[in-house]
Design a protein around this ligand. Structure first.
Ligand code: ADP
Ligand code: MG
Length: 239
């Protein structure tokens, strides 16, 4: 257990390095997060005993409304690292979902997008947060109906979301919390043009979070273009 470690000791123990201005200290326990009881209930009933390092360091940054670029390997708990602060963001702004989503998560594949939405459902249900998933290889009809009915969170692959945007069947003008998950993989798959078109439809006054397993120059470039004064968080020995 490390709940009584100082922030620096916690970072050393978990190989967390941070770069940026006024980086808040990690939350080494769930109690330290200040998340509302309905969210804490969900994480405890999932059997989790403590935040993962990426969560411990991402949460205080994201809750402050800061942009983040996080470099961490697969299986480190990144999904809840951005979803729970997204839930808090939704609670604060309580916008009408029929006017469009507030939280937008871009993910490289149908499989990953579906997994993210499953977590959004599981952990967001008690907070009455609605979500849908948009991906290719499936009929557009049901996806368009979900958008029309209105959802707080859209999880989408860039290709399908861009198709739906070109049909003028979704508005991104309410999006104020944008996540690019597995950014390196999305770029490897050739999604950069679609990502850039999508981001043009999102207001510049927003919070942007980017998660990636690697940090090559293409990812650095898109981070430099889309994020504002981000805090960079690295977990483990990734350069
Ligand atoms: P990543 O996106 O970094 O690959 P995921 O967000 O998919 O990782 O999380 C990997 C697994 O860890 C999932 O099954 C998730 O439910 C679980 N998990 C998330 N947070 C915690 C936690 N704090 N403690 C234990 N398991 C967790
Ligand atoms: Mg992931």
């Amino acid at each position: 257990g490390g709940s009584n470690l100082s922030g620096d000791a916690y970072r050393r123990q978990h190989e967390i390095t941070v770069t940026g201005d006024e980086v808040p200290l990690p939350f080494s326990s769930f109690e330290a997060t200040g998340f509302p009881s309905e969210i804490l209930r969900e994480v405890y009933s999932a059997g989790f005993s403590a935040p993962t390092p990426i969560q411990a360091q991402s949460w205080p940054i994201a809750l402050q409304g800061r942009d983040i670029v996080a470099i961490a390997k697969t299986g480190s708990g990144k999904t809840l690292g951005y979803l729970i602060p997204g839930f808090m963001h939704l609670k604060r702004c309580h916008k009408d979902p029929r006017m469009g989503p507030t939280v937008l998560v871009l993910s490289p594949t149908r499989e990953l997008a579906t997994q993210i939405q499953d977590e959004a459902i599981k952990f967001g249900k008690s907070s009455r947060i609605s979500s849908t998933c948009l991906y290719g290889g499936a009929p557009k009809g049901p996806q368009l109906r979900d958008i029309e009915r209105g959802v707080d969170i859209v999880v989408a692959t860039p290709g399908r979301l861009n198709d739906i945007l070109e049909m003028s069947r979704i508005s991104l003008h309410q999006v104020s919390y944008l996540v690019l998950d597995e950014a390196d993989r999305m770029l490897d798959m050739g999604f950069e043009p679609q990502i850039r078109k999508i981001v043009k439809e999102v207001p510049t006054r927003r919070q942007t979070l980017m998660y990636t397993a690697t940090w090559p120059k293409e990812v650095r470039k898109i981070a430099a273009d889309l994020l504002v004064n981000p805090i960079q968080v690295n977990i483990g020995n990734i350069d």
